[in-house]
Design a protein. Structure first.
Length: 79
């Protein structure tokens, strides 16, 4: 788990970039809060997307695996 200091440094950098991209003028504490809050929100969004992608990949893998088994079964049962 990252240290609080690392979170503050990364959050400050992220907040600075985000406020410049969005053309918002804020003071340093607000910039830090935006960055740390944004990092948390971004982490949650990525966790959800990775989880959904994992479920989707598992489902696609299961369908492909079942199709291969059906193909093998048909190939050997008709011989």
């Amino acid at each position: 788990m990252p240290s609080i200091l690392l979170i503050l440094i990364i959050g400050t950098a992220a907040g600075f970039l985000a406020t410049r991209l969005m053309k918002v003028q804020t003071d340093v504490p607000t910039t830090m809060a935006i960055g740390v809050g944004g990092a948390f929100v971004g982490w949650l969004i990525l966790r959800v997307l990775v989880t959904i992608a994992g479920w989707t990949a598992g489902f696609v893998g299961a369908v492909l695996g079942a199709a291969v088994l059906i193909w093998l079964w048909q190939r050997w049962s008709n011989s």
